[in-house]
Design a protein around this ligand. Structure first.
Ligand code: PLP
Length: 428
């Protein structure tokens, strides 16, 4: 590859951020399973603690294995820097922690992963962070939700569970007018399918637990700094625009420019809240990312075939998958996720609750569990599991009515995936 050639996405998935280990020549990124790092001398230690030099002090804040993961995800998303943390939920927490003080508001899409709805409704509320919900079916809902206290807008690119695609550019315009950053959870799409920063997102978050790691074996999360937001414009974000007393009065935005947000999350969120990822998990997820483009292609092909097959099945009432030409998200998918609509889809069974229970009881290849983004095909009937404590009305509002089944279509042979659904639907 010549020096002036920009590496493509697959090349970045394998190489970005990594080099042969300078100490040993190891070609794969080593797992630096250490809590702490020896200083060269007293001056070196002082410069690290004062943020005058970059380097490792303690694995809660930085680690060389994790740093490769961070650089790789930043490159894949087209951001300036990234911060890896222990889980997707930790990524959401440290992101808002840098932006919000008690009494502030975050506008969040009603079409979010159920765990995020819980996190925002209960735990964030107890921090004094107020959530204003907006249904993304009508962008005016976001405009109307903006107030003096708004500090951020939070959406998903492809939304869990229904695989609904959100109009990122339209909501970015609302965020820009309000002078607040747009945060996009890109977990279901992955940067292979959608790169939200190109459509106006300022910050991208992921559960690395899902498609990025991709093998259902390691928890992780990441925050990518788009480098696009002016944190000093109107004094709304004092963490970034005011002197930090514990760092000799450094102003983070002034000192670190277009990657100040990633630094702020590290030296405040990770330092004080502490949700560090283990270097071992960083290694597992890095290994997963090397095959992200291949896996996402196959996930999309298999999910598309399953959606088309289900749509014609007599036991099936409806299928929600943006890859289907008749789907309400199909036009947005062609704009934001043109290579495919991802692996997650929902469908409704004519037989209602009992048919859902029967299907998850009769599958053999599919695993009945609460996760997505594994190599394995996964199935869940939300009404009898994740959403069982809700009333029928609440279930329907959350897209988890009694007849709804969610699939995360895996990487097995498509004949086996469809064969399993076929036998399980007839067994009921
Ligand atoms: C799973 C998930 C999360 C939470 O991530 P964890 O790694 O489980 O903490 C957040 N957003 C979406 C869209 C998810 O699917």
């Amino acid at each position: 590859m010549s020096d002036d050639q920009t590496p493509g996405f697959s090349t970045l998935s394998i190489h970005a951020g990594a080099q042969p280990d300078p100490a040993t020549g190891a070609r794969a990124t080593p797992i630096y399973q250490t809590t702490s790092f020896v200083f060269d001398d007293v001056d070196h230690a002082a410069s690290l603690f004062g943020l005058q030099a970059f380097g490792n002090i303690y694995t809660r804040i930085t680690n060389p294995t994790t740093a490769v993961l961070e650089e790789r995800v930043a490159a894949l998303e087209g951001g300036t820097a990234a911060l890896a943390v222990a889980s997707g939920h930790a990524a959401q927490m440290v992101t808002l922690h840098a932006l919000m003080t008690p009494g502030d508001e975050v506008i969040a899409s009603t079409k979010l992963y159920g765990g995020s709805i819980n996190q925002f409704t209960h735990s964030f509320k107890s921090f004094g962070w107020n959530v204003v919900w907006a249904d993304p079916d009508d962008i005016a809902n976001f405009e109307n939700a903006v107030s003096e206290k708004t500090k951020a807008i939070f959406i998903e690119s492809i939304a869990n569970p229904g695989g609904i695609v959100t109009d990122i550019a339209a909501i970015s315009a609302v965020a820009k007018k309000a002078g607040v950053p747009l945060i996009v959870d890109n977990t279901l799409a992955s940067p292979y399918l959608c790169r939200p920063i190109e459509h106006g997102a300022d910050v991208v978050v992921h559960s690395l637990t899902k498609f990025m790691g991709g093998h259902g074996n390691s928890m992780g999360g990441v925050v990518v700094d788009g480098g696009t937001f002016d944190w000093s414009r109107d004094g709304k974000y004092p963490f970034l625009s005011e002197p930090r007393p514990e760092y000799q009065g450094i102003v983070l935005h002034e000192t670190f420019g277009n990657f100040a947000f990633a630094i702020a999350l590290r030296v405040l969120g990770l330092r004080d809240l502490g949700p560090a990822i283990s270097p071992f998990n960083a290694f597992m997820i890095l290994t997963g990312i090397e095959t992200l483009p291949l896996r996402m292609q196959r996930h999309c092909e298999n999910a598309q075939a399953v959606a088309e097959w289900l749509e014609k099945h007599e036991a099936v009432d409806w299928v929600s998958y943006a890859g289907l030409p008749g789907d309400s998200s199909h036009a947005l998918m062609q704009k934001y996720s043109p290579k495919g609509a991802g692996a997650v889809l929902t469908f409704g069974l004519k037989g209602g609750y009992d048919a859902g229970v029967s299907l998850v009881s009769n599958v053999q290849l599919f695993s009945h569990l609460a996760n997505i983004g594994d190599t394995r095909s996964l199935i869940i009937h939300p009404a009898s599991t994740t959403h069982r404590q809700l009333t029928d009305e609440q279930k329907i509002a959350a897209g988890a009515g009694p007849q709804v089944v969610r699939l995360s279509v895996g990487l097995e042979d498509i004949a086996d995936i469809i064969g399993d659904l076929d036998q399980a639907l007839s067994a009921g």
